[in-house]
Design a binder for this molecule. Structure first.
Ligand code: ADP
Length: 188
């Protein structure tokens, strides 16, 4: 185990279908080839357990993010690289997470709504358009674009590998991973 590792929360924010889960998993896979301690907190999965029962009203969304932030904070303090994929649509809550957690990297996973809707990975946009889902981020619920994210991945014009490498590079630049990952970055 790498006792030198400084924990950090890497928060992937962006519209549904923008690529948060895909990039977080790819980063995880690369980090698992090293001795880094790494954990993934996937927003969709967490809604099945820790946040089961919470809906998509403003209050429930805030509670959802608050709980994820609480766990991410604990893990970060214990030297883990925590990869969180959860929309966290509002600037204010992301600012609060940053302040509470401290070691915080915001990754804006950016793809135009039309592209996300075209991908429709989980079939959710189709349901929104046919009126089966309400309060959907980017359609009838707001999304605040990050103002100063540490990393921006433009997934409509980058490969998954390019987006992944941007995140790994930032982790290396900020000293959260050792040189073996730096080498991985350069290969990409
Ligand atoms: P989210 O977690 O943001 O809802 P997903 O990761 O589930 O989004 O889906 C994103 C989709 O976009 C996947 O089908 C993925 O293969 C595709 N995609 C294309 N280019 C990229 C990229 N550069 N980064 C991430 N995903 C990408």
């Amino acid at each position: 185990m790498n006792r030198q590792q400084r924990g950090v929360t890497v928060w992937f924010t962006g519209l549904s279908g923008a690529g948060k889960t895909t990039i977080a998993r790819a980063v995880m896979k690369e980090l698992q080839t090293t001795d880094a301690k790494v954990e993934i907190l996937d927003g969709d999965e967490i809604r099945q357990n820790l946040c089961k029962g919470l809906g998509f009203s403003t209050v429930d969304r805030q509670e959802n993010i608050r709980r994820i932030g609480f766990v991410a904070n604990l893990l970060t303090r214990n030297g883990v690289i925590v990869l969180v994929s959860a929309i966290a649509p509002h600037l204010e809550i992301r600012q609060e997470l940053r302040q509470n957690i401290g070691d915080f990297i915001e990754v804006y996973v950016n793809a135009p709504l039309a592209i996300c809707e075209h991908r429709d990975v989980k079939g959710l946009y189709k349901k929104v358009r046919s009126g089966l889902i309400e309060n959907f981020t980017g359609i009838d619920s707001g999304y605040d674009v990050p103002l100063q994210p540490e990393v921006e991945c433009q997934t409509d014009r980058e490969t998954v590998a390019q987006s992944t490498n941007k995140v790994l590079q930032k982790l290396a630049d900020l000293g959260h991973v050792r040189s073996v990952v730096k080498q991985l970055c350069q290969v990409g």
